[in-house]
Ligand binder design. Structure first.
Ligand code: SF4
Length: 270
């Protein structure tokens, strides 16, 4: 899927839809999961997975009969859980039905569980719903080696690789190719954030350039190393500092992923 096509289909309106809430820690990237952090502040147990009151949001109507989420919206989906979580297996077919009904909107979700995709797809998925982007997170080399071969072969119309939180130097070069729309990279946020080294970021950028894949440096994270110096970056500056680095390639990738920064308050390390 070419980046241009992502740009074309990136709508200006956006909404967030969390059909279920809660998750289980799954791999190294989950250590400081923001869902656990935020729920912990409110004395909630993030490991309890529940359908939310907003489950039917995409097909709910306003008083005038129109959809509450306007046609043409980008709908950031399942940012307080993982769309492919086992606990949601009984609810997902209804979620797919809503996604199908709202073919006039675009849905994007991020998952660490791409290995479960096949068993989670609806019968009429075909080569992938055209209005769905799936992002696969790879936070370390082990995750990349396990998930990217599966992701590459999966029938999905729009695919993004998310290296966030980036925990070590990654070699993505065996996997990159025209099948992926772009690669998005970022550090970890929060008090206990692990270090993200700018050299690792630049290394992935070089691999993307070599493979002709758009690259986006989304955020520095809270603990950033550049030229062997450690920086503690406040949350409010993590995205702008990454933008200042001015190392993104191709405006389509930048536009698609910056929209996430601006429009989704919780998008982080899912
Ligand atoms: S980081 Fe994502 S996959 Fe991991 S526990 Fe949190 S929501 Fe679930």
């Amino acid at each position: 899927m070419a980046a241009k096509q992502v740009k074309k289909s990136t709508p200006s309106r956006s909404a967030e839809w969390n059909p279920w809430h809660g998750c289980h820690k799954y791999s190294a990237g989950c250590l400081n999961c923001y869902v656990y952090r935020i729920d912990g502040r409110h004395q909630r147990d993030a490991s309890i997975v529940q359908k939310t009151s907003g489950f039917y949001l995409p097909i709910s109507h306003a008083r005038d009969g129109s959809y509450r989420i306007p046609s043409g919206s980008m709908i950031w989906t399942c940012f307080t859980s993982d769309f492919l979580l086992e606990d949601a297996d009984g609810w997902r077919s209804e979620a797919w039905r809503m996604i199908r009904e709202r073919a006039d909107c675009h849905f994007l979700f991020i998952t660490k569980r791409i290995v479960r995709l096949e068993q989670c797809l609806p019968c009429d998925w075909g080569d992938g719903y055209r209005n769905v982007t799936i992002c696969c997170t790879v936070e370390n080399q082990a995750a990349a080696n396990e998930r990217l071969p599966v992701f590459r072969e999966a029938k999905i119309t729009h695919k993004i690789i998310v290296c966030e939180p980036l925990l070590e130097r990654l070699d993505l070069s065996p996997f990159l190719g025209s099948w992926v729309d772009n690669v998005s990279v970022g550090g970890e946020s929060g008090e206990s954030a692990r270090t993200c080294d700018y050299d690792w970021v630049l290394d992935i950028r070089s691999q993307c350039i070599a493979a002709n894949v758009p690259f986006h440096f989304r955020q520095t994270g809270a603990n950033f190393v550049k030229d062997r110096k450690h920086y503690r970056i406040p949350r409010k500056l993590q995205h702008s500092q990454a933008r200042k680095a001015n190392i993104n390639t191709r405006s389509a990738a930048r536009k698609a992923t910056e929209a996430v920064d601006q429009d989704s308050g919780v998008y982080s390390e899912t």
